[in-house]
Design a protein around this ligand. Structure first.
Ligand code: HEC
Ligand code: HEC
Ligand code: HEC
Ligand code: HEC
Length: 249
C-alpha cells in the first residue's frame, strides 16, 4: 500500500484536508509529498491523514511503561500517574461503551468498535505502525499514551538525552505546545463524536478545539522548582536516602 501525503515537521501527517480555521492555525505542513509505505498493515485506512503510522518513519515506539521509570516519580510530578487517571488512558475502554456500540452499528463496521481499525486509529497509540517499529509491547488497554503526543520515544528516553531539551528534540521528542497540529491529528471532524461547538472562546464564539482549554483538562507539569533540575535533585534525594540507611533510620 503506497500513499502520498503531506508531512508535518514532526514526521506525522497533518490532518489535511481540514475544513476549519482553528485547525489550520495549528498546522505547519512542510508542504512536500512523501511516499509512505506501510508494511504489515493489511487494511486500507478510510482516511490516511490520521493515526500514528507516519510518526514511526524516523523513530521507534517503546510504550508508556518506559516513561514511567522516570515520569512516574513523585519528585518529577508523576506525569504517568496523571495520564493513567486521565481521558486519554481511557480512550480504548471508551470503544466498549454503548455509544461506541451504537456508532459501530450505524456505520455498519461489521466489527465491534474496539476491534475496528476505523476507531482504533485514534483511540490507541501506534495503530497501523509496522511491528518492527514497536520495540516494547504496547497494549491497546493503554489507549492514547505519551508517544502519541510526545513522539516515538526509543531514541530520546535515555537520561542523558532527555535532560537536554536540544538533544531530546533531535532524537525525536515533539513539542505539542509548539505544534497544536499534534492534537488535531485526532481532534478533528473524522471523529464520529466531533462537536464543532465543543469549546467556547473568550470572545464568546465557539470552536471544535481550543488548545489552551483542552490542555488545562489534561495538564501534567513538572513542578516548577524541579523543572530543569530533576537529575540534580534526584541525586540529592538518593544521597539522603543512603545517608539515612547508614544511620539506621
Ligand atoms: C531515564 C529517565 C527518563 C525516561 C525513561 C524518560 N524521561 Fe522524559 N525526562 C527525563 C528528564 C531527566 C527530563 C528533564 C527534567 C527536568 O526538567 O529536569 C525529562 C523531560 C521530559 C519532557 C519535557 C521536555 C521539555 O523540557 O520540554 C518530556 C515531554 C518528556 N520527558 C517525555 C518523556 C516520554 C514521553 C518518555 C517515554 C517515551 C520519557 N520522557 C522517558 C527523564 C526521563
Ligand atoms: C492519538 C489520538 C489523540 C491525540 C494525538 C490527542 N488526543 Fe485528545 N483525545 C483522543 C481521544 C480518542 C479522546 C476521547 C477519549 C475518551 O473519551 O475515552 C480524547 C479526549 C480529549 C479530551 C477530552 C474531550 C474534550 O475535548 O474535552 C481533551 C481535553 C483532549 N483529548 C486534549 C488533547 C490535547 C490537548 C491534545 C494535544 C496535546 C490531544 N488531546 C491529542 C485522542 C487524541
Ligand atoms: C480522527 C480520530 C478519531 C476516530 C477515527 C474515532 N474517534 Fe472517537 N474520539 C476521538 C476524539 C478526539 C474524541 C474526544 C472528542 C470528540 O468527541 O471528538 C473521541 C471520543 C469518542 C467517544 C466518547 C464521546 C463521549 O464524550 O461520549 C466515543 C464513544 C467514540 N469516540 C467512539 C468512536 C468510534 C465508535 C469510532 C469508530 C467508528 C471512533 N470513535 C473513531 C477521535 C476519534
Ligand atoms: C494528549 C497528549 C499528551 C499525552 C497523552 C501526554 N502528554 Fe505530556 N504533554 C503534552 C503537552 C501538550 C505538554 C505541554 C504542556 C505545556 O507546556 O503547557 C506536555 C508536557 C509534558 C511534560 C513537560 C511538563 C513541563 O512542566 O514542562 C512532560 C514531562 C510530559 N508531558 C510527559 C508525559 C508522559 C510521561 C506521558 C505519558 C505517561 C505524557 N506526557 C502524555 C501532551 C501529552
Amino acid at each position: 500500500m503506497i500513499r502520498a501525503t503531506s508531512q508535518g515537521k514532526h514526521g506525522y501527517r497533518s490532518p489535511l484536508p481540514h475544513d476549519d480555521s482553528s485547525a489550520r492555525k495549528g498546522l505547519r505542513s512542510a508542504g512536500f509529498l512523501i511516499f509512505l509505505i506501510l508494511h504489515g498493515s493489511s487494511f486500507a485506512l478510510a482516511n490516511d491523514s490520521i493515526g500514528d503510522a507516519a510518526a514511526a518513519i524516523e523513530h521507534d515506539f517503546v510504550s508508556a511503561a518506559k516513561c514511567k521509570s522516570c515520569h512516574g516519580k513523585e519528585l518529577m510530578g508523576d506525569q504517568y500517574g496523571t495520564w493513567l487517571k486521565g481521558v486519554h488512558h481511557g480512550a480504548y475502554e471508551t470503544l466498549k461503551n454503548s455509544r461506541a456500540e451504537t456508532i459501530a452499528r450505524e456505520k455498519q463496521l461489521g466489527l465491534p468498535a474496539f476491534e475496528a481499525p476505523q476507531c482504533l486509529v485514534c483511540h490507541v497509540t501506534a495503530f497501523g505502525v509496522p511491528k518492527s517499529r514497536i520495540r516494547e509491547h504496547i497494549t491497546p488497554q493503554d489507549g492514547v499514551q505519551c508517544e502519541s503526543c510526545h513522539g516515538p520515544g526509543r531514541d530520546y528516553r535515555k537520561k542523558k538525552v532527555m535532560s537536554k531539551l536540544r538533544r531530546a528534540r533531535s532524537a525525536g521528542l515533539w513539542e505539542p505546545e509548539e505544534d497544536h497540529g499534534i492534537c488535531l491529528r485526532c481532534h478533528n471532524s473524522q471523529s464520529p463524536t466531533h462537536d464543532p461547538q465543543r469549546y467556547t472562546l473568550s470572545d464568546g464564539s465557539t470552536s471544535d478545539f481550543d488548545y489552551e482549554q483542552a490542555m488545562q483538562k489534561i495538564s501534567h507539569p513538572i513542578p516548577e522548582h524541579v523543572k530543569g533540575h530533576y537529575l540534580e535533585l534526584r541525586a540529592e534525594q538518593k544521597a539522603e536516602e543512603k545517608r539515612r540507611k547508614k544511620l539506621g533510620r
